[in-house]
Design a protein around this ligand. Structure first.
Ligand SMILES: [Zn+2]
Length: 585
C-alpha cells in the first residue's frame, strides 16, 4: 500500500502533527527541558520512561523501547495499518492528502465503493435513530435493556432497528439520489417478483458491521417476532462485505488492545456489548462462522495475544488447530478459554459479574493444553480400555511439544493425574514432532535474540554519538553483525542520515523506526565524546556474536573445516578484546 499517497503529502502531514497534543490524548505529559515525559501508553509503569520530542515529532520509551513518529504512534495505539493511520491523522490535523496517480479503473472502483459505504452509513444512522425514536421499536428496546445492556453501550455500537414497513430504506435512499442498483449492491434492498425494491432488513434489531476504522460494510440483524425467517440475517457476500473477514466490534476494541496486550474473541453481538459495558473493551466477535485465516490475521494485527472464548464444538477443532499453527509461525500467542457448556459470556456476566468471566480469560490455556484437557474430560475413566484410549490420544497430542520442555512436563502431569497412571506411561518414548503445534514452544527459541538486539542498539547509539570515529565504525558494520533485517535497515538509514537520524524514518517498517528512535534517544543521553576504546570493545563484541552465529550455522551444516577456521577467528577476536580491555582498565 506504500505509494498510495504522495511522499510530499506524507511529509506535509508529518510536519502538521502536534506530537504533544497527539500523545497527550493517550497519556499525561509534562515538560522536562526540551522534551515531554509521561507514563508509557504501551506498558504498565509507575515512573515515567516515555518521552516525546515535540520539535522532531518522535516518541520513545526507555522502558519498553517503543518508538517512532506520529504515524507509527497512531498505528500502534489504534492498531491501524499505514494508510489508515495516515488518513486518521490527515483528518485530525486538516491536511489534504494527494494520491499517487491511479489507473482510471481503480479510481472508478474506489468511487463506487465510497458511494456504497455512504449508503450503508446512511442506513446505519437511520436504523439507530429508529431504535430510540419510534414506537414500533419499543419491544426491541425492552428486549435489549432487559438483557442488561445500557443505552450508552447500545449507542456506542450504533445498534438500531429496521422498520417492518416494506421499503422505508429503499425509498428514502432513492429520494437522496442513490440508484436501485446501488441499494442492491450494498444488500440493503432486493428486487421483488413484481420488479419493485423491498428492504432487506425488516422488523429486526440491526448491528452495524464495521471495519477497523468504523466504516460500516454491512449489518447483522436479529429477528424480533416469531415465524419471520431465520433468527439472524447477515448482509450477503458482496464487493464490500466479506463475512469471513469481519470482526464485530473491532473498530471500538482496537484502541484498547494495545494497552490490554490482548484481544478477546467471543461468539455473539450481545456478548461483545456486555463485555465492553463491563470494561473488557478489547473484545470482538466472529459471527456464526469458524475462525478464518483472514480474521486471525486481523486479530494478530491488533494484539500479540489472542484469547478465544468460543464454543469449541461449534467452531470446530480443526479450524482452531489450523489457526494455532499459522499463529505459531507468525509468533502470535493463541489461548483458549474453557467455557462452561451452554453458557455464553453475556449469560455469565449477568449471573456472576465480570470477575467470573475475566478470571477465565486470565486462566486461558494454550490450544494444545485445551485439547489435552478435552480428551481427558471426555474419557471413560471407569474402564481400563477407556483410560487406555484417552492415554493414547493424549500422548499423540503431547508428542507435538519439544522433548524436555516445561510445556511437555506440564501436560504429562495433567494427563497422569487425571488418568491416574504413572507419569512414565504418558511421557515415555514420545517423539518430538517437527510440526510443533504449540506457539509457546515456537516462541521459546526467539528469546536470545533480544540480547543481540540490545547489543546492536547500544552499538548504533555509540556510533551516532561518536562523531567521525563513530561513523567510521558504522561503516565497518556488515550484515553479519546484525541479527535482524530491521537492524540492517537502521544501519543503512543512519549511514544515509548520520547528521539528522530522525529524518525520513522508514514509513513501512515499524521495527526499524522504533530501533532508530531508540538509537537516537540513547545517543542523546550519552556523555559527549565517546572514547574510541568504548566503540572498539562494543564492535568486537558484535564481532564475537557474528562468529558464534556462523559457528552454529556451520555445525548445523556439518562443515567441520569451517567450524575450525571460525574457532581460530574467535580466538583472535578474544585476544584483541583482552588487549583493548587491558588498555582501558
Ligand atoms: Zn514503554
Amino acid at each position: 500500500m506504500a505509494g498510495l499517497y504522495t511522499q510530499d503529502s506524507i511529509e506535509r502531514l508529518r510536519q502538521a502533527v502536534d506530537m504533544v497534543d497527539l500523545v497527550g490524548a493517550k497519556t499525561d505529559l509534562r515538560r522536562v527541558g526540551s522534551r515531554w515525559v509521561g507514563l508509557c501508553p504501551f506498558h504498565e509503569e509507575r515512573t515515567p520512561s516515555f518521552s516525546v520530542d515535540a520539535e522532531k515529532r518522535v516518541y520513545y520509551c526507555f522502558g519498553c523501547e517503543a518508538g517512532g513518529d506520529a504515524i507509527g504512534f497512531v498505528r500502534e495505539t489504534e492498531a491501524l495499518d499505514f494508510p489508515e493511520a495516515v488518513e486518521l491523522l490527515a483528518d485530525r490535523y486538516g491536511v489534504e492528502l494527494a494520491r499517487e496517480a491511479e489507473d482510471p479503473r481503480a479510481e472508478e472502483r474506489r468511487r463506487r465503493q465510497e458511494r456504497l459505504r455512504a449508503l450503508l452509513e446512511r442506513a446505519a444512522r437511520f436504523y439507530a435513530t429508529y431504535l430510540w425514536d419510534s414506537a414500533e421499536a419499543q419491544k426491541a428496546r425492552a428486549y435489549l435493556l432487559g438483557r442488561g445492556l445500557g443505552e450508552e453501550v447500545l449507542r456506542a455500537f450504533r445498534v438500531g432497528y429496521a422498520p417492518s414497513a416494506p421499503d422505508r430504506v429503499a425509498l428514502s435512499a432513492q429520494r437522496d439520489g442513490f440508484r436501485p442498483e446501488e441499494l442492491i449492491a450494498a444488500d440493503l434492498a432486493r428486487r421483488g417478483r413484481g420488479g419493485g425494491l423491498y428492504d432487506r432488513f425488516r422488523g429486526r434489531i440491526t448491528f452495524p458491521l464495521a471495519d477497523g476504522r468504523g466504516r460500516v460494510l454491512g449489518f447483522g440483524a436479529r429477528a424480533m417476532g416469531e415465524g419471520r425467517g431465520p433468527k439472524y440475517l447477515n448482509t450477503a457476500e458482496s464487493e464490500l462485505f466479506h463475512k469471513g473477514r469481519q470482526l464485530f466490534g473491532i473498530d471500538l476494541a482496537r484502541s484498547h488492545t494495545a494497552k490490554a496486550g490482548r484481544i478477546v474473541v467471543v461468539e455473539g453481538y450481545t456478548d461483545v456489548l456486555a463485555l465492553h459495558q463491563a470494561g473488557l473493551r478489547e473484545s470482538v466477535a466472529i459471527m456464526g462462522t469458524a475462525l478464518t485465516e483472514d480474521q486471525l490475521r486481523e486479530l494478530e494485527r491488533s494484539a500479540p495475544l489472542v484469547v478465544l472464548a468460543l464454543d469449541a464444538d461449534r467452531s470446530g477443532m480443526n479450524a482452531m488447530l489450523r489457526a494455532v499453527r499459522s499463529a505459531g509461525e507468525r509468533g502470535t500467542e493463541l489461548r483458549v478459554v474453557e467455557m462452561p457448556e451452554g453458557e455464553d459470556p453475556a449469560d455469565m456476566l449477568a449471573a456472576n459479574g465480570v470477575e467470573a468471566f475475566s478470571g477465565r480469560v486470565e486462566r486461558a490455556v494454550s490450544v494444545l493444553e485445551f485439547q489435552v484437557r478435552r480428551v481427558l474430560a471426555d474419557a471413560d475413566l471407569d474402564t481400563p480400555a477407556g483410560r487406555d484410549r484417552a492415554l493414547e490420544e493424549a500422548r499423540a497430542l503431547i508428542s507435538a511439544t519439544p522433548v524436555r520442555s516445561a510445556t511437555r512436563d506440564h501436560l504429562v502431569r495433567i494427563a497422569a493425574d487425571r488418568l491416574d497412571v504413572p507419569a512414565d506411561y504418558v511421557g515415555a518414548n514420545l517423539a518430538a514432532s517437527p510440526h510443533s503445534g504449540d506457539p509457546a514452544a515456537a516462541a521459546a527459541p526467539r528469546a536470545p535474540g533480544s540480547a543481540a538486539l540490545a547489543a546492536e542498539r547500544a552499538f548504533l547509539a555509540l556510533c551516532l554519538g561518536g562523531g567521525a570515529t563513530g561513523r567510521a565504525y558504522l561503516e565497518r558494520l556488515g550484515d553479519g553483525h546484525l541479527s535482524s533485517i530491521a537492524a540492517r535497515r537502521a544501519r543503512d538509514h543512519l549511514l544515509a542520515h548520520f547528521d539528522d537520524p530522525l529524518a525520513d524514518l522508514p514509513p513501512d517498517d515499524r521495527d526499524a523506526a522504533a530501533l532508530l528512535t531508540g538509537v537516537a534517544a540513547e545517543a542523546a543521553e550519552q556523555e559527549a565524546g565517546t572514547s574510541e576504546a568504548v566503540l572498539q570493545v562494543s564492535f568486537l563484541q558484535l564481532e564475537l556474536r557474528r562468529i558464534d552465529r556462523e559457528i552454529r550455522q556451520a555445525k548445523h551444516e556439518g562443515d567441520l573445516a569451517r567450524q575450525d577456521s571460525l574457532a581460530g577467528a574467535k580466538q583472535d577476536v578474544r585476544r584483541e578484546l583482552d588487549s583493548v580491555m587491558g588498555q582501558t582498565a
